[in-house]
Structure formats: structure tokens, C-alpha cells
Design a protein around this ligand. Structure first.
Ligand code: ASP
Length: 435
């Protein structure tokens, strides 16, 4: 029997989760029931994905770099990846500024609503401001300093240190290229095998994806704040979503123009990763699935995907940078501030850097937004204005972040002649082959 494609099963899981939560929250006990008995399954699913992120980065990046066989190839790929990532991020921030200045969502918020929003979310906004303060206090080269860990075991013990693990893996891979082939062979063999094992584990986890997203979405709906304040933020949300939608079209167009792959092919290949990004709000948790989809379903060579995607998940966040630009100007507008061209150009720079610095976890973009606000002289307490609607927007921007990474991996692979036909293993698409 031909099974339904994975993305359809995930979509059905999501819709069922929403309906289930809407129905149950009609009862007084509904919310507690979902939080106590359904949400943990969503957490288990996300944990399972996070569990393999570090082994995956280590195995795939070391194997990928060793496969390149020479350092010229590596620096060529590195340079292309970083330049394209930077270009798309600057483009995203500029697009965000263009939209927010045209739609002017801040003008739609009345004085009364502003006061109400600020008093409702002041405490939560305060927490984010404190978190951002810690980041701000560090010196200008702190981010660079943090790239090189002093102990790889300590770094690998937290998913928050993904960039350090990436640096170690690249360094290790370079060492592997430079030693004689006969000595390198067993080490390479080990990491190749490890990589295959991890990819198979992702297939297995993905079998549970429809159930995992069911639990995640049910919990999000059950725990959502009241809808009345949402309405005041409708134009703001519209501006962010419009920008993200345009970015989405841009990616599909870029894939088409540069790699000649049709939108249908691209979207069918990447859809499960997008749906997962939407359900988890975390590029890091989605990374294993993004890798698997890009390699097996979009035809990107694993040495390119294993380099471009982990770096992208941590530093390339176009959706986040667009959101930060829109949110900053929106807050300024609600406070009746008119931002000069110079300030807005400053926002392009700070939002680009802030999105690079944002961790690939839920809500991280909002913490870094504080830095954008501070640089532009916009009151940080304005964060409270956008709090109510941040989670749904986080879900949308994470989807775009992941799509952006996949797009760049295809373009880089194509430019290096490493984009081929997909090699679908179909494991995760057919349960009957597993058991
Ligand atoms: N949740 C986003 C991500 O993981 C980051 C953000 O908060 O914008 O990509």
C-alpha cells in the first residue's frame, strides 16, 4: 500500500493537534490535561531531535571536509557560503524596513492599547532585557573569542555551543586532510559509518513526527494567551508575515534561477523540515531533518550540506533579521518616534549582526532585538508591545530561516557541481520497510 507522503502526514498531525486543543480547552480541565498528558510527548520528540544534533554535526562535518580532499575546495565553499548568507540577510532586513515603512503598523495602535500591552507584558519583557544585557556587557570581540572552545567535551555537552563544535569539526577535518591517506582512512571510515547511523536515527525519529507535531501544536494552542490583544497587533503581524512571504517567494525563485529546480520539487523536498521548524520554533532542533531532506530529497552532496547547513542553522537567520527590523520600527512608530535614514541604515547593520548572534532556539530573536532597539535609541520596554504575538511569528520566521539555509545549500552545491539527482531512501516515508 502506498503511504501518504511525509509532509501530508505531518500536516494532518498539526491540524489534528490544533482541533484537539480547541475542542478540549472548551472544558475547564482541558488545558491542564493537555499540559500534563499531551505536551510531554512533544517535548520528547524535540529532545530526540536535539539529542542527535551534536553527533550529527561532528560526524557529517568531519566526513564532509575529509571527502573534499583539499583545502582549496574548502575555502572556496566557505567563502561562497558566508557571502551568500550575508547577502540574503542584508536583503531580508532591507525588505523588512521597506514593508514596515510602507504599511506603518505602529500608527494603528492607540495610546490606550499601548498602555495595556505594556502593563500586561512588562515582566516578561524585563526578563528578555536582562538576558540581552548580559550579552551587551561583553567586549566587542567576545563573539569571536567564544568561537574557539578550550575544551571540546565541555562544548559538546550543550547544544547552545553548536558553533564551537562546528569550529572543532572543521579544524579536525582539516587535520584529517593533511595527514597521509593510509592513516586517515580508518578515522574517515569511522565518521562515515557514524554519519550513516545518525541519518538512520533521524529517519526513525521522523516516523514519530506526525504524533510529535500533534502534541506540540496542541500545547501551543492550550497555552496561548487571550486573543483580544492580538487584534491590536494585526497590522504588525501582517507586516512581518508579508515580509516572510516575500522572502519565501524569493528563495523559491533563487532556487529556480540558479539551480533550475522547479518550485514543486524544492517545496516537496523541504516541506517536512519546514513543517517541523514551524512546530518547534527552533532551527537547531530542525537541523537533523533539514540535513536529511536536503541530502536525500534535494540532491545536495553531503559534503556541501554538512558544511552549509549547520553553519546556516546558527548564523543565517533571514526570517529573524526581517522580523527584528519590522519590530524595531513598529515599536518606534507606536511611541511616535520618526526614525531618520541614518538610524534605519544602522538597523540594517545591527539586525544583521543580531540575527547572526541569535541562538537557534524559540524566542532567541526577541532577546537579540533588545540590542537592535538599544542601538537605534528605541525604548526597550517596547518589547512588551509585541510579546503577545511573538510565538506565532517565531514559528513563521523559523520556517523561513530553515528554508533560507536549504536554498543556499542548493545554490552553493550547484556552483561547485555538487548538486545531483535526489537519492531518496524512503525510509521515513514508508513505515512498512522499517519493521
Ligand atoms: N526561533 C528562531 C530559530 O530557531 C530564532 C528566533 O527566535 O528568531 O531560527
Amino acid at each position: 500500500m502506498k503511504k501518504l507522503a511525509l509532509h501530508w502526514r505531518i500536516l494532518i498531525g498539526m491540524a489534528a493537534g490544533v482541533l484537539f486543543a480547541v475542542a478540549l480547552t472548551q472544558f475547564a480541565w482541558g488545558k491542564d490535561f493537555i499540559v500534563d498528558w499531551i505536551k510531554p510527548f512533544g517535548t520528547i520528540f524535540i529532545n530526540a531531535l536535539k539529542l542527535i544534533a551534536i553527533p550529527l554535526i561532528l560526524a557529517s562535518l568531519i566526513k564532509g571536509i575529509a571527502d573534499l580532499n583539499n583545502l582549496t575546495q574548502l575555502s572556496k565553499m566557505g567563502l561562497r557560503t558566508i557571502s551568500i548568507y550575508l547577502m540574503t540577510t542584508v536583503l531580508a532586513v532591507s525588505l523588512g524596513l521597506l514593508i514596515v515603512n510602507t504599511v506603518r503598523p505602529g500608527a494603528a495602535v492607540s495610546e490606550e492599547t499601548r498602555a495595556q500591552l505594556i502593563s500586561s507584558y512588562e515582566t516578561q519583557a524585563g526578563d528578555r532585557i536582562t538576558a540581552a544585557d548580559k550579552q551587551k556587557k561583553s567586549g566587542p570581540l567576545k563573539a569571536l573569542e567564544d568561537l574557539v572552545p578550550e575544551n571540546i567535551v565541555a562544548s559538546a555537552s550543550s547544544n547552545g555551543n553548536m558553533l564551537q563544535v562546528i569550529v572543532f569539526a572543521i579544524f579536525f577535518g582539516i587535520g584529517l586532510i593533511l595527514i597521509p591517506a593510509d592513516r586517515a582512512a580508518p578515522v574517515k571510515g569511522f565518521f562515515t559509518g557514524l554519519n550513516d547511523v545518525v541519518l538512520k536515527m533521524i529517519d526513525l525519529i521522523m516516523l514519530a513526527a506526525p504524533f510529535g507535531v500533534f502534541a506540540l501544536l496542541a500545547a501551543i494552542i492550550a497555552e496561548a494567551p487571550g486573543a483580544d490583544l492580538f487584534v491590536a497587533l494585526l497590522w504588525y503581524a501582517f507586516s512581518v508575515v508579508l515580509g516572510l512571504g516575500l522572502l519565501y517567494c524569493m528563495y523559491v525563485g533563487l532556487v529556480w534561477v540558479f539551480t533550475k529546480r522547479s518550485p514543486r520539487f524544492f517545496l516537496a523536498g523541504i516541506a517536512p523540515a519546514q513543517l517541523l521548524a514551524f512546530s518547534t520554533s527552533s532551527s537547531a532542533a530542525t537541523l537533523p531533518v533539514t540535513m536529511e531532506r536536503v541530502i536525500e530529497h534535494l540532491g545536495v552532496d553531503d559534503e556541501v550540506a554538512s558544511f552549509v547547513l549547520p553553519i546556516g542553522a546558527t548564523v543565517n537567520m533571514d526570517g529573524t533579521s526581517l522580523y527584528q527590523a519590522v519590530a524595531a520600527v513598529f515599536i518606534a512608530q507606536t511611541f511616535g518616534m520618526d526614525l531618520s535614514l541614518g538610524t534605519q541604515l544602522g538597523i540594517i547593520l545591527t539586525a544583521t549582526l543580531a540575527s547572526i548572534g541569535s541562538a537557534a532556539v524559540p524566542g532567541a530573536g526577541m532577546v537579540m532585538l533588545v540590542i537592535v532597539l538599544a542601538q537605534a535609541g528605541i525604548p526597550e520596554v517596547g518589547l512588551a508591545l509585541i510579546f503577545a504575538i511573538d510565538r506565532p511569528l517565531d514559528m513563521c520566521r523559523t520556517t523561513i530561516n530553515v528554508t533560507g539555509d536549504a536554498t543556499v545549500s542548493m545554490i552553493v552545491a550547484n556552483s561547485l557541481g555538487k548538486l545531483g539527482p535526489p537519492e531518496e531512501k524512503n525510509w521515513d516515508d514508508r513505515l512498512d520497510e522499517v519493521i
